[in-house]
Write a protein of this length. Structure first.
Length: 154
């Protein structure tokens, strides 16, 4: 059995008309922003700014590191794909899992943010049937995600 073919265009997100990404700021810029505003200082502290702790590897340019993906289906054990382990993606491409048509399922991602604050994440999921792309789902998760030693889940 040959491995399924994945077209890189399948994973390109659609452009939302009229949407403009806000100006990106560095962590230092956020820390210096309105330093005399007590409520803003509390917000910055809730994001972990000013704590001096960073788990970011300076040689790793990634902003978000996806640690695992999970498939949750009622009545069965969750499928967790540990993306930290080397070779996981290659193995998954050779042996993809099957979801029964019409099944209700939920995807869960564990991730870590490094180097900066993100104001949102976009998740793109492509479902194929018999090797043909049949459904693409995009989900935008808004909120503030900041560098942290803690893993975050969406």
């Amino acid at each position: 059995m040959s491995a399924p073919h994945h077209d890189e265009h399948d994973l390109e997100p659609e452009q939302t008309e009229g949407f403009k990404v806000g100006e990106s700021k560095t962590i230092d810029e956020y820390q210096k922003l309105d330093q005399n505003d007590e409520s803003l200082n509390k917000w910055k502290a809730s994001l972990g700014l000013g704590s001096g702790t960073s788990n970011a590897d300076p040689s790793d340019p990634r902003k978000v590191i996806i640690l695992s993906l999970g498939l949750e289906v009622a009545g069965r054990e969750d499928i967790i794909i540990d993306l930290v382990q080397p070779g996981t993606l290659e193995k998954l491409n050779q042996q993809p899992f099957t979801i029964k048509e019409g099944a209700t399922f939920r995807m869960k991602a564990r991730f870590r943010v490094q180097h900066q604050i993100l104001s949102g994440l976009k998740y793109v999921q492509v479902v194929s049937r018999m090797g043909l792309k049949s459904k693409m789902q995009e989900m935008i998760v808004s909120g503030c995600f900041t560098r942290s030693a803690h893993r975050q889940t969406m």
